[in-house]
Write a protein that binds this ligand. Structure first.
Ligand SMILES: Cc1cc2nc3c(=O)[nH]c(=O)nc-3n(C[C@H](O)[C@H](O)[C@H](O)COP(=O)(O)OP(=O)(O)OC[C@H]3O[C@@H](n4cnc5c(N)ncnc54)[C@H](O)[C@@H]3O)c2cc1C
Length: 301
């Protein structure tokens, strides 16, 4: 059996690793020209379900390098008011029951690093610079994938792992396009190694937090520290995101530049604790971005 995967993102690469491990013939086709084309500055949290999947699919050496390069989730999830009063702190032990097994733990990880780990050993499997255009069903149950450069790949199974705007899905399930939720995120980062960062409240420098106010938006914060270091060090940062009803944002928020977005974030937090407003006011405008949230409708079985 030959499997064709479109998209070398988190899902496509993890699946490819698992198939290679199981001895299945697989090829991955990715539109990016190379492994370092899109440098995503955000890290992400891999929860225990993700950790289990990575251990199951990766070769042992890649799983070991994943563990060596990731941190450990700590600090829990705090819910605070806009005046920085604590409502509740949900301990890590409640979110992720304690376990000595790293595959049962959550791991914050740099996205580029995760991509490198997922690409380990897949040199002959992943083909870059191939943008999927459409597929054709062949007699006998086989399938062929057609790429914009005119090349064609044939196989028995085609997997659309090409992300939220999947072209595979668009052809297979037309009418199941992601629908706007009406929510917009305004996100930015704050470096934790500068002198100004010492004025960030201790709770905000710890774990993840949700700042709740009687307004149609909240502020999410999450600290990302490099593994194995106690204090803040170079590269550690705080990810901040206001998640808002579109009506609470300036018109055309997705196309505003960083300075305007920063001013908008400050204005939205007017009346909040000054330490919270400062998170936006003193941040580098180049780190600001706005992204709408869409949701996939549930297709029929
Ligand atoms: C701001 C933000 C924060 C997040 N934080 C977390 C987190 O902390 N933890 C967590 O678990 N998840 C998080 N997520 C969600 C997570 O990023 C996604 O669930 C995950 O990336 C989906 O993986 P994927 O492989 O399906 O798609 P993607 O990672 O999007 O990969 C799709 C790949 O397909 C390629 N592609 C697209 N179109 C084509 C085409 N036509 N031809 C060929 N290749 C194509 C793309 O270039 C890309 O490489 C976050 C998402 C966002 C936006």
């Amino acid at each position: 059996m030959r499997v064709i995967i479109v998209g070398a993102g988190i899902g496509g690469l993890c699946l490819a690793q698992g198939l290679v491990k199981a001895g299945v013939d697989v090829a991955v086709y990715e539109r990016d020209q190379g492994r370092a084309e899109r440098v995503d500055r955000y890290r992400l949290h891999v929860n225990p379900a993700g950790s289990r999947a990575l251990r199951a699919c990766l070769p042992a050496s890649a799983w070991e390098s994943f563990l060596a390069g990731t941190g450990k989730s700590a600090g829990g999830f705090g819910f605070l008011t806009e005046r920085l009063q604590t409502l509740v702190i949900v301990d890590d032990a409640i979110m992720y029951p304690a376990s000595a097994d790293p595959a049962e733990q959550a791991h914050p990880v740099d996205r580029m690093f995760l991509r490198e780990v997922l690409l380990a050993g897949l040199d002959g499997v992943v083909r870059f610079g191939r943008r999927f255009d459409h597929y054709s069903l062949l007699p006998g149950g086989a399938v062929s994938a057609h790429f914009l450069d005119g090349t064609i790949a044939a196989g028995d199974v085609l997997v659309g792992a090409d992300g939220v705007g999947s072209a595979v899905r668009r052809q297979y399930l037309p009418g199941n396009d992601p629908v706007p939720t009406g929510a917009v995120g305004i996100g930015w980062t704050v470096l934790l190694d500068g002198a100004a960062s010492t004025r960030i409240p201790e709770r905000i420098r710890t774990g993840m937090n949700m700042i709740m106010a009687p307004v149609p938006f909240f502020l999410f914060t999450s600290v990302f520290r490099r593994p194995g270091r106690a204090g803040a060090s170079s590269g550690d940062y705080l990810l901040c995101a206001i998640v808002a009803d579109r009506g609470a944002c300036p018109a055309g928020v997705e196309s505003l530049d960083g300075r305007v977005l920063r001013a908008a974030a400050e204005a939205m937090m007017a009346g909040w604790h000054p330490d919270l407003i400062r998170l936006a006011a003193e941040a580098d405008p180049g780190t600001f971005g706005a992204f709408p949230f869409a949701a996939a409708p549930l297709p029929d079985p």
